[in-house]
Design a protein around this ligand. Sequence first.
Ligand code: ACO
Length: 309
Amino acid sequence: MGTKILGTGIYLPEKTLTNADLEAMVDTSDEWITTRTGIKERRIAKEESATDMALEASLQALRNAQVEAKDIDLVVLATLTPDKRFPSTACLLQASLGVKNLFSFDISAACSGFLYALDLADAYIKAGKVERILVVGVEKLSEIVDWEDRSTCVLFGDGAGAMVISSSQDESDVLASKMYSDGEFWNILYADKCGYIRMKGKELFKLAVRSMESVCKEVIQMAGLGTEDVDLVVPHQANIRIINSLADKLGIPKEKVFSNIERYGNTSAASIPIAFHEALSAGRIKRGDTVLLTAMGGGLTWGATLLRY
Ligand code: ACO
Protein backbone atom coordinates (compact mmCIF):
# COMPACT_ATOMS: atom_id res chain seq x y z
CA MET A 1 0.00 0.00 0.00
CA GLY A 2 1.49 3.35 -1.05
CA THR A 3 0.71 6.94 -0.08
CA LYS A 4 -0.16 9.43 -2.84
CA ILE A 5 -0.31 13.21 -2.52
CA LEU A 6 -3.52 14.23 -4.30
CA GLY A 7 -3.66 17.98 -3.74
CA THR A 8 -2.49 20.91 -1.65
CA GLY A 9 -3.91 24.25 -0.56
CA ILE A 10 -2.90 27.30 1.45
CA TYR A 11 -4.34 30.32 3.18
CA LEU A 12 -2.47 33.50 4.05
CA PRO A 13 -4.22 36.39 5.79
CA GLU A 14 -4.43 39.57 3.76
CA LYS A 15 -2.88 41.87 6.33
CA THR A 16 0.86 42.30 5.77
CA LEU A 17 3.24 43.49 8.48
CA THR A 18 6.45 44.83 6.90
CA ASN A 19 9.85 45.39 8.46
CA ALA A 20 9.11 49.12 8.17
CA ASP A 21 5.96 48.60 10.26
CA LEU A 22 8.07 46.82 12.90
CA GLU A 23 10.55 49.71 12.94
CA ALA A 24 7.70 51.81 14.32
CA MET A 25 6.89 49.23 17.02
CA VAL A 26 10.29 48.14 18.45
CA ASP A 27 13.95 49.19 18.24
CA THR A 28 14.85 47.34 15.04
CA SER A 29 15.61 48.00 11.39
CA ASP A 30 14.77 46.52 8.02
CA GLU A 31 18.51 46.06 7.49
CA TRP A 32 18.94 44.02 10.72
CA ILE A 33 15.92 41.80 10.05
CA THR A 34 16.79 41.22 6.40
CA THR A 35 20.45 40.38 6.92
CA ARG A 36 19.88 38.21 10.03
CA THR A 37 16.75 36.36 8.88
CA GLY A 38 15.89 37.01 5.21
CA ILE A 39 12.39 38.15 6.25
CA LYS A 40 10.88 41.24 4.61
CA GLU A 41 7.25 40.89 5.65
CA ARG A 42 4.82 38.48 7.31
CA ARG A 43 1.03 38.00 7.32
CA ILE A 44 -1.09 38.69 10.39
CA ALA A 45 -4.53 37.20 10.98
CA LYS A 46 -7.05 39.75 12.18
CA GLU A 47 -10.55 38.33 12.02
CA GLU A 48 -9.45 34.81 11.12
CA SER A 49 -9.14 32.10 13.75
CA ALA A 50 -6.77 29.16 13.26
CA THR A 51 -9.83 27.10 12.30
CA ASP A 52 -10.88 29.66 9.67
CA MET A 53 -7.43 29.60 8.10
CA ALA A 54 -7.26 25.79 8.24
CA LEU A 55 -10.69 25.61 6.57
CA GLU A 56 -9.68 27.82 3.62
CA ALA A 57 -6.45 25.88 3.05
CA SER A 58 -8.31 22.56 3.34
CA LEU A 59 -11.05 23.55 0.88
CA GLN A 60 -8.41 24.51 -1.66
CA ALA A 61 -6.50 21.26 -1.11
CA LEU A 62 -9.72 19.23 -1.50
CA ARG A 63 -10.57 21.07 -4.74
CA ASN A 64 -7.08 20.49 -6.13
CA ALA A 65 -7.25 16.83 -5.09
CA GLN A 66 -10.74 16.46 -6.56
CA VAL A 67 -11.84 14.85 -3.33
CA GLU A 68 -15.03 15.72 -1.45
CA ALA A 69 -14.76 16.48 2.25
CA LYS A 70 -17.23 13.67 3.01
CA ASP A 71 -14.71 11.16 1.61
CA ILE A 72 -12.01 12.07 4.15
CA ASP A 73 -11.46 9.37 6.83
CA LEU A 74 -9.08 11.25 9.11
CA VAL A 75 -8.01 14.85 9.82
CA VAL A 76 -4.56 15.30 11.37
CA LEU A 77 -3.83 18.92 12.21
CA ALA A 78 -0.53 20.31 13.49
CA THR A 79 -0.53 23.56 15.46
CA LEU A 80 0.95 25.20 18.53
CA THR A 81 -1.75 27.87 18.45
CA PRO A 82 -5.03 25.95 18.78
CA ASP A 83 -8.17 28.08 19.01
CA LYS A 84 -9.11 26.37 22.26
CA ARG A 85 -7.25 24.29 24.82
CA PHE A 86 -9.80 21.67 23.89
CA PRO A 87 -11.51 20.46 21.77
CA SER A 88 -8.83 20.14 19.14
CA THR A 89 -8.63 22.51 16.19
CA ALA A 90 -8.97 19.37 14.02
CA CYS A 91 -12.44 18.76 15.51
CA LEU A 92 -13.38 22.43 14.96
CA LEU A 93 -12.19 22.09 11.37
CA GLN A 94 -14.26 18.95 10.93
CA ALA A 95 -17.35 20.88 12.07
CA SER A 96 -16.53 23.73 9.66
CA LEU A 97 -16.16 21.23 6.83
CA GLY A 98 -19.59 19.87 7.81
CA VAL A 99 -18.56 16.22 7.70
CA LYS A 100 -19.08 13.21 9.94
CA ASN A 101 -17.97 9.56 10.02
CA LEU A 102 -14.29 10.31 10.43
CA PHE A 103 -11.88 10.97 13.27
CA SER A 104 -9.77 14.08 13.89
CA PHE A 105 -6.99 15.10 16.20
CA ASP A 106 -4.22 17.67 16.71
CA ILE A 107 -0.49 17.14 16.87
CA SER A 108 1.80 19.30 18.98
CA ALA A 109 5.35 19.31 17.65
CA ALA A 110 5.84 23.06 17.04
CA CYS A 111 7.64 23.83 13.77
CA SER A 112 8.07 20.10 13.03
CA GLY A 113 4.32 19.56 13.45
CA PHE A 114 3.42 19.17 9.79
CA LEU A 115 6.16 16.60 9.20
CA TYR A 116 5.08 14.67 12.31
CA ALA A 117 1.47 14.78 11.02
CA LEU A 118 2.44 13.62 7.55
CA ASP A 119 4.59 10.83 8.98
CA LEU A 120 1.70 9.60 11.11
CA ALA A 121 -0.80 9.90 8.27
CA ASP A 122 1.52 7.92 6.00
CA ALA A 123 1.75 5.20 8.66
CA TYR A 124 -2.07 5.04 9.00
CA ILE A 125 -2.36 4.58 5.24
CA LYS A 126 0.42 2.03 5.00
CA ALA A 127 -1.20 0.08 7.87
CA GLY A 128 -4.37 -0.08 5.75
CA LYS A 129 -6.47 1.61 8.45
CA VAL A 130 -7.78 4.55 6.38
CA GLU A 131 -7.89 5.63 2.76
CA ARG A 132 -7.97 9.41 2.58
CA ILE A 133 -6.43 11.85 5.03
CA LEU A 134 -6.47 15.62 5.30
CA VAL A 135 -3.15 16.78 6.79
CA VAL A 136 -3.08 20.40 7.94
CA GLY A 137 -0.53 22.81 9.43
CA VAL A 138 -1.93 26.07 10.79
CA GLU A 139 -0.63 28.83 13.05
CA LYS A 140 -1.86 32.08 14.49
CA LEU A 141 1.48 32.95 16.03
CA SER A 142 0.65 36.66 16.18
CA GLU A 143 -1.43 35.82 19.27
CA ILE A 144 1.52 34.40 21.21
CA VAL A 145 4.22 36.80 20.05
CA ASP A 146 5.39 39.36 22.60
CA TRP A 147 5.18 42.46 20.41
CA GLU A 148 7.59 44.26 22.75
CA ASP A 149 10.35 41.67 22.37
CA ARG A 150 12.37 42.61 19.30
CA SER A 151 14.37 39.37 19.39
CA THR A 152 11.28 37.29 18.55
CA CYS A 153 8.52 39.54 17.21
CA VAL A 154 10.28 40.10 13.89
CA LEU A 155 10.43 36.38 13.10
CA PHE A 156 6.91 34.97 13.03
CA GLY A 157 3.76 35.09 10.89
CA ASP A 158 0.33 33.49 10.46
CA GLY A 159 -1.01 31.11 7.84
CA ALA A 160 -2.18 27.62 6.95
CA GLY A 161 -1.32 24.82 4.53
CA ALA A 162 -3.12 21.56 3.81
CA MET A 163 -2.50 18.37 1.88
CA VAL A 164 -4.88 15.57 0.88
CA ILE A 165 -3.21 12.18 0.76
CA SER A 166 -4.64 8.82 -0.20
CA SER A 167 -3.81 5.14 -0.28
CA SER A 168 -2.71 3.85 -3.65
CA GLN A 169 -1.67 0.63 -5.32
CA ASP A 170 1.10 2.59 -7.10
CA GLU A 171 4.55 3.24 -5.71
CA SER A 172 4.42 5.46 -2.60
CA ASP A 173 5.14 9.18 -2.84
CA VAL A 174 6.73 8.86 0.63
CA LEU A 175 10.11 7.16 0.13
CA ALA A 176 11.48 7.55 3.65
CA SER A 177 10.72 9.48 6.80
CA LYS A 178 12.31 9.88 10.23
CA MET A 179 11.25 11.97 13.24
CA TYR A 180 13.12 12.82 16.45
CA SER A 181 12.63 14.77 19.68
CA ASP A 182 14.80 15.70 22.65
CA GLY A 183 12.85 17.20 25.54
CA GLU A 184 16.03 18.01 27.41
CA PHE A 185 16.27 21.13 25.23
CA TRP A 186 12.68 22.28 25.96
CA ASN A 187 13.82 25.64 27.36
CA ILE A 188 15.55 26.76 24.16
CA LEU A 189 12.17 27.53 22.59
CA TYR A 190 8.96 27.57 24.60
CA ALA A 191 5.88 29.52 25.66
CA ASP A 192 6.35 31.32 29.01
CA LYS A 193 3.73 31.59 31.80
CA CYS A 194 1.88 34.30 29.86
CA GLY A 195 1.97 32.13 26.76
CA TYR A 196 4.56 34.25 24.90
CA ILE A 197 7.29 32.73 22.73
CA ARG A 198 10.72 32.74 24.39
CA MET A 199 13.82 31.61 22.58
CA LYS A 200 17.59 31.23 22.82
CA GLY A 201 18.30 32.21 19.23
CA LYS A 202 21.99 31.39 18.91
CA GLU A 203 21.74 27.89 20.42
CA LEU A 204 18.66 27.17 18.36
CA PHE A 205 20.43 28.22 15.19
CA LYS A 206 23.29 25.76 15.69
CA LEU A 207 21.03 22.90 16.82
CA ALA A 208 18.69 23.49 13.86
CA VAL A 209 21.45 23.19 11.26
CA ARG A 210 23.08 20.20 12.95
CA SER A 211 19.90 18.19 13.55
CA MET A 212 18.36 18.82 10.13
CA GLU A 213 21.63 17.99 8.37
CA SER A 214 21.86 14.69 10.19
CA VAL A 215 18.22 13.61 9.69
CA CYS A 216 18.26 14.66 6.01
CA LYS A 217 21.30 12.48 5.39
CA GLU A 218 19.58 9.64 7.25
CA VAL A 219 16.39 9.65 5.13
CA ILE A 220 18.33 9.98 1.88
CA GLN A 221 20.36 6.95 2.90
CA MET A 222 17.22 5.05 4.01
CA ALA A 223 15.85 5.52 0.49
CA GLY A 224 19.10 4.23 -1.02
CA LEU A 225 19.76 7.59 -2.71
CA GLY A 226 22.44 10.28 -2.61
CA THR A 227 22.12 14.05 -2.10
CA GLU A 228 22.72 14.47 -5.86
CA ASP A 229 19.37 12.69 -6.45
CA VAL A 230 17.40 15.39 -4.60
CA ASP A 231 15.63 17.69 -7.07
CA LEU A 232 14.32 20.17 -4.50
CA VAL A 233 14.63 20.76 -0.76
CA VAL A 234 11.58 22.34 0.89
CA PRO A 235 12.82 23.19 4.39
CA HIS A 236 10.94 24.73 7.29
CA GLN A 237 11.16 28.49 6.78
CA ALA A 238 12.74 29.72 10.03
CA ASN A 239 15.68 31.80 8.88
CA ILE A 240 17.38 32.11 5.47
CA ARG A 241 20.78 31.70 7.11
CA ILE A 242 19.70 28.37 8.65
CA ILE A 243 18.41 27.27 5.22
CA ASN A 244 21.64 28.32 3.46
CA SER A 245 23.87 26.66 6.08
CA LEU A 246 21.86 23.46 5.77
CA ALA A 247 22.19 23.49 1.98
CA ASP A 248 25.97 24.01 2.30
CA LYS A 249 26.34 21.16 4.79
CA LEU A 250 24.33 18.84 2.54
CA GLY A 251 26.28 19.96 -0.53
CA ILE A 252 23.04 20.88 -2.30
CA PRO A 253 23.16 24.01 -4.51
CA LYS A 254 20.92 26.94 -3.51
CA GLU A 255 18.95 26.66 -6.78
CA LYS A 256 17.64 23.34 -5.46
CA VAL A 257 16.33 24.86 -2.23
CA PHE A 258 12.91 26.53 -2.03
CA SER A 259 12.33 29.56 0.15
CA ASN A 260 9.49 32.02 0.60
CA ILE A 261 10.60 33.28 4.03
CA GLU A 262 10.97 36.79 2.61
CA ARG A 263 7.17 37.09 2.32
CA TYR A 264 5.81 35.07 5.26
CA GLY A 265 8.47 34.78 7.97
CA ASN A 266 8.32 31.69 10.18
CA THR A 267 4.81 30.21 10.19
CA SER A 268 5.88 27.16 12.25
CA ALA A 269 3.69 24.11 11.45
CA ALA A 270 2.23 25.89 8.41
CA SER A 271 5.57 26.71 6.80
CA ILE A 272 6.30 23.43 4.98
CA PRO A 273 2.81 22.89 3.47
CA ILE A 274 2.72 26.56 2.36
CA ALA A 275 6.19 26.31 0.80
CA PHE A 276 5.40 22.93 -0.80
CA HIS A 277 2.20 24.30 -2.35
CA GLU A 278 3.98 27.39 -3.69
CA ALA A 279 6.84 25.30 -5.10
CA LEU A 280 4.27 23.09 -6.88
CA SER A 281 2.33 26.10 -8.19
CA ALA A 282 5.53 27.71 -9.46
CA GLY A 283 6.46 24.53 -11.36
CA ARG A 284 9.49 23.95 -9.12
CA ILE A 285 8.12 20.45 -8.33
CA LYS A 286 6.98 18.13 -11.11
CA ARG A 287 5.65 14.57 -10.99
CA GLY A 288 8.59 12.20 -10.56
CA ASP A 289 10.78 14.69 -8.68
CA THR A 290 12.57 13.72 -5.49
CA VAL A 291 11.69 16.30 -2.83
CA LEU A 292 13.27 16.56 0.61
CA LEU A 293 11.21 18.11 3.43
CA THR A 294 12.88 18.92 6.74
CA ALA A 295 12.01 20.84 9.90
CA MET A 296 13.17 21.60 13.40
CA GLY A 297 11.29 23.31 16.21
CA GLY A 298 10.36 23.58 19.87
CA GLY A 299 10.45 20.40 21.89
CA LEU A 300 13.01 20.12 20.55
CA THR A 301 11.57 18.23 17.63
CA TRP A 302 12.98 17.58 14.18
CA GLY A 303 12.57 15.32 11.21
CA ALA A 304 12.83 14.79 7.47
CA THR A 305 10.66 13.18 4.82
CA LEU A 306 11.84 12.22 1.35
CA LEU A 307 9.16 12.24 -1.35
CA ARG A 308 9.06 10.97 -4.92
CA TYR A 309 6.23 13.26 -5.93
N1 ACO B 1 16.60 44.26 15.78
C1 ACO B 1 17.78 44.81 16.08
N2 ACO B 1 18.63 44.23 16.93
C2 ACO B 1 18.27 43.07 17.49
C3 ACO B 1 17.05 42.45 17.20
C4 ACO B 1 16.19 43.10 16.31
N3 ACO B 1 15.00 42.60 15.95
N4 ACO B 1 16.97 41.30 17.90
C5 ACO B 1 18.11 41.19 18.59
N5 ACO B 1 18.89 42.25 18.34
C6 ACO B 1 20.21 42.54 18.87
C7 ACO B 1 20.52 41.81 20.15
O1 ACO B 1 19.99 42.49 21.25
C8 ACO B 1 22.01 41.79 20.14
O2 ACO B 1 22.47 43.04 20.59
P1 ACO B 1 23.76 43.12 21.53
O3 ACO B 1 24.89 42.54 20.74
O4 ACO B 1 23.88 44.59 21.79
O5 ACO B 1 23.43 42.29 22.74
C9 ACO B 1 22.36 41.69 18.66
O6 ACO B 1 21.19 42.09 17.94
C10 ACO B 1 22.74 40.29 18.25
O7 ACO B 1 21.76 39.42 18.75
P2 ACO B 1 21.87 37.88 18.54
O8 ACO B 1 20.72 37.21 19.20
O9 ACO B 1 23.25 37.45 18.90
O10 ACO B 1 21.72 37.81 16.96
P3 ACO B 1 21.88 36.57 16.04
O11 ACO B 1 22.88 36.84 15.00
O12 ACO B 1 22.00 35.29 16.78
O13 ACO B 1 20.48 36.56 15.30
C11 ACO B 1 18.39 35.39 15.35
C12 ACO B 1 19.29 36.40 16.04
C13 ACO B 1 17.99 35.95 14.02
C14 ACO B 1 17.16 35.17 16.22
C15 ACO B 1 19.19 34.09 15.16
O14 ACO B 1 19.80 33.68 16.34
C16 ACO B 1 18.30 32.97 14.68
O15 ACO B 1 17.75 33.03 13.62
N6 ACO B 1 18.18 31.90 15.47
C17 ACO B 1 17.31 30.83 15.12
C18 ACO B 1 16.03 31.10 15.78
C19 ACO B 1 14.84 30.75 14.98
O16 ACO B 1 14.84 30.63 13.78
N7 ACO B 1 13.77 30.60 15.70
C20 ACO B 1 12.52 30.31 15.11
C21 ACO B 1 11.87 29.19 15.77
S1 ACO B 1 12.83 27.75 15.75
C22 ACO B 1 12.75 27.18 14.31
O17 ACO B 1 11.82 27.46 13.61
C23 ACO B 1 13.87 26.31 13.85
